[in-house]
Design a protein around this ligand. Sequence first.
Ligand SMILES: Nc1nc2c(ncn2[C@@H]2O[C@H](COP(=O)(O)OP(=O)(O)OP(=O)(O)O)[C@@H](O)[C@H]2O)c(=O)[nH]1
Length: 375
Amino acid sequence: MQQPGGGADGMAPTAPGKGAFASAHTRDALPRVIWRYRTAGMAFGALAIAAVLVEQGAGPLRWAFCLATGFAWPHIAWWLARRSGSPFEAEQRNLVFDSVLAAAWVPLLHFNLLPSVLLLALPAADKINSDVPGLLRRSVLPALAALLVAGLAAGFVFEPASSIPVILASLPMLLVHTMMVSLQRVQLLRKLILKNEALGRLAQTDVVTGLALRGHWEREAARLLERARADAAPAVLALVDVDGFKQVNDGHGHLAGDALLRAAGALLLRTLRPGDAAGRYGGDEFAVVFPDTTMAEAARLAEAYRAAVQAIELQQAPGLSLSVSIGLAEARPDHGRIEDWIQAADDALYEAKRRGRNRLVVAAAADAPQGDSIA
Ligand SMILES: Nc1nc2c(ncn2[C@@H]2O[C@H](COP(=O)(O)OP(=O)(O)OP(=O)(O)O)[C@@H](O)[C@H]2O)c(=O)[nH]1
């Protein structure tokens, strides 16, 4: 028969992302994250153990051990990790010790089946969940040794039958562990999705202007043309080109040129309405699709943008007068491909340049020979 003792187990679902590939930030935050899980897990482990101890009529030593490992160990583990020069390594030792504590309890509980299985299985699951390579393997021998030593010290008594009260007291440990692991996985998945979305946006965004990159814009513009044709709805494509941009580069340097592109891009983004699609089409050329928009409305928006560009003040070139030329083309039934629509707007842009720049030109209707100048 063994001596009275008592204790909790190491049911501490570990945080995901703390493996070999975890970032330095994640690694530093690990002890605090695990501390929360360990505190909850140990407390529920202690509940299951306490149920068996009650049935055993265990003495004060075992109860003290139960309280110490159930309620003191999580805080000791956190303290050990925090004072360590390498919290990540210290936390790995703590995780191994979770298994040692849990395994030591198996003979002390007389191999009471349900809590014993949970005490061995859940810490093992934590090691796998931790994603630390080899951690499960490293914890097996110390756990077996702890089981053996505790068995030798307290005697190997085999009473595997779990009573209903013990089963009921063990369930919270199982349920809480399962829920915590699931929650962690969901949180990780959500973070991953958000990061992937942000990366996707980054990969589709021009760093200078903040507008969509050409390929991405073209796909979106093609989709909007398709929609306009299917719904027989009006839509307008605008091509914007900065006037005399080469002179800005040549006269004030490429940094000034970049600053102009950045300012013009930001201004364009502010001019747009939700649903409008803007992109950087080329060096100093931007493109916008105004879906569900009449030419009159698109021209009003484009004109507002043209006028606003004139007010841009470049720090690198104070007093420099800036302007853009804009070509506008309405989506037409004979625009079978996005290239046709772009070509129509480009012709209008060319016309705006030809007529002296700093103006809007609307592409000629299918049967008209000349574009309309608006500004
Ligand atoms: N600073 C800077 N310059 C760029 C960038 N991309 C293209 N360019 C330059 O933009 C200039 C475009 O010149 P052009 O197409 O001749 O245009 P422009 O001088 O505005 O002439 P017009 O359109 O006829 O008024 C070229 O000198 C390119 O080297 C960029 O990201 N940053």
